[in-house]
Design a protein. Sequence first.
Length: 88
Amino acid sequence: MLGSAKGINPEMAGSYLMQALWDVGPCSHDGGPISWQELAAYASVSESLSEPWELRAVMRMSKAYVTEKQTGKNPLRIPPVDRGGDDG
């Protein structure tokens, strides 16, 4: 299960949003964030996303994934799990 190796509880609140991101794909075929059309298509056939805030959350997650994937190419960058602060 996703995250189990890091000790993340897979039953945590909101884990369905992460599952939706991986179901859609965290990025589009060109390497950019998923499109609203891709997300809307997923939401139309899935019962897991029905509220506008859920779609916005998954879109933000996709953008964050792509940003970290691009900036992570720098070998001197500190990985997100090793950063201090509110998000890690």
